[in-house]
Design a protein around this ligand. Structure first.
Ligand code: ADP
Length: 394
């Protein structure tokens, strides 16, 4: 529930001179076409380092990248490559909702960054032909922050909340009746004079995206009728994404070069696009008009991206576990502090691919290198090193 004073209710729920009711909170629905990209690369982005000043030239180049991101992001569900099962299940729910002229059930999308959660979330309203509003869990600090989105939601429209796990408990609880019964409970006044007013909402669809389903409370999670997990992409799927992006950016690229970019993109479309652009820049700087396999390898070598697609940051994590903690176990916080990284960045962005690649395992005592991890670093694994299979999951 949310507490609002009499004065503010009167101010926000008033009527005009002709007695027509004025919509509470004059926030606009954001048309889907105005959506713009969120953060750029999965990792190691200068954009994210807000403490560094940005020169006008850098700003222009960021703007160019953002524009390219807009061009590359699929606009329709049918343009999405990979995630076939998720795609098919979502399409069934969308078509069923359209056929019955009902509002789509609430959707929760989870998975590591850069795998297409936002892309799915922005394609769904286009598919349904409904408007969309976008919020971010990190900025919804109290119920009053989410109230305008709820009161502005039109029938059948989509409210997309990225990083939904970052909403505090009070906001989560305020959402329960909004999601379930399409109403919100507002407490008017204070003390003994306080009373609760139920305010009806239009039937809307909430799409939540998260890199951390574990941080979402069970009651909130259970209110999403559709829950989908996005997994890393196969090399073939990423190669198809690279070809599609190359043709949108007018880059001529050989088949094996596209595949090499796919192999070195950590199973992540956002990285595949970023790495394609790096190889394009490298080719341009060397006056090559076609991106070839050999050129792609040179470009990756210069960037420090190895044959598994690990970048210098990934390698620093593995090296630190090997050199400072003798291969582990080491706790997440300790490792993050040693690397001068945020624990969230380590667990959400770096670790998933290292775990998936079986270079690292999680145990109750902490993170350990696997035998494959030792060998990838050119080290000899100790006799008790894990054979890639976690004994326990934490
Ligand atoms: P997330 O929200 O999971 O962090 P995004 O939806 O922002 O990831 O995806 C990052 C970029 O990767 C998008 O801008 C798009 O260009 C590309 N992308 C993601 N998923 C796909 C896909 N299935 N097919 C083609 N491109 C994709």
């Amino acid at each position: 529930m949310i507490g609002i004073s009499h004065a503010s209710v009167k101010k926000n729920f008033s009527s005009d001179k002709k007695g027509r009711s004025i919509r509470p909170f004059p926030f606009r629905i954001v048309p889907v076409t105005l959506l713009h990209m969120k953060r750029e690369p999965v990792l190691t982005s200068n954009h994210q380092n807000k403490s560094q000043p940005v020169s006008p030239q850098q700003e222009t180049s960021f703007e160019k990248e953002r524009e390219e991101d807009r061009v590359l992001r699929p606009q329709k569900m049918s343009e999405m490559i990979g995630q076939r099962e998720v795609f098919e299940r979502l399409m069934i729910s969308i078509k069923a909702a359209q056929k019955r002229k009902e509002t789509l059930g609430h959707v929760l999308l989870d998975g590591p960054p850069g795998l297409g959660k936002t892309t799915f979330a922005t394609c769904i309203p286009r598919e349904l032909g409904v408007p969309m509003q976008i919020g971010n869990g990190a900025t919804l600090k109290s119920p009053k922050d989410i109230l305008p989105y709820l009161t502005n939601a039109e029938t059948g429209s989509i409210l997309f909340i990225d990083e939904i796990h970052r909403m505090p408990k009070t906001v989560e609880e305020f959402l329960y009746p909004a999601m379930e019964d399409f109403r919100i409970d507002i407490v008017i006044g204070e003390g003994v004079g306080a009373r609760t007013v139920n305010m009806p909402l239009k039937r809307f669809t909430l799409i939540g995206a998260t890199t951390r389903t574990g941080l979402i409370s069970a009651p909130l999670r259970d209110r999403f009728q559709i829950q989908e997990h996005l997994d890393f992409y196969s090399f073939d799927e990423l190669a198809a994404i690279v070809h599609r992006s190359a043709s949108k950016l007018n880059i001529k690229i050989d088949e094996d070069a596209a595949y090499e970019i796919a192999v070195r993109s950590r199973g992540t479309p956002r990285l595949a696009n970023n790495r394609l652009r790096w190889v394009r820049d490298y080719a341009d700087s060397k006056d090559h008009t076609v991106v070839t396999f050999a050129l792609t390898q040179d470009a990756f070598e210069m960037k420090g991206i190895d044959i598994l697609g690990l970048d210098p940051q990934d390698k620093r994590v593995l090296d630190t576990i090997l050199e400072v903690f003798s291969g582990g176990p080491v706790g997440l916080e300790t490792l993050a502090h040693t690397l001068n990284l945020e624990p969230d960045t380590l667990s959400d962005e770096v670790e998933p691919f290292l775990l998936r690649s079986k270079l690292l395992i999680r145990t109750p005592k902490g993170r350990c290198l696997t035998e494959k991890g030792f060998r990838h670093l050119g080290a000899i694994p100790p006799s008790n090193a894990s054979h890639d299979t976690p004994l326990f999951n934490d």
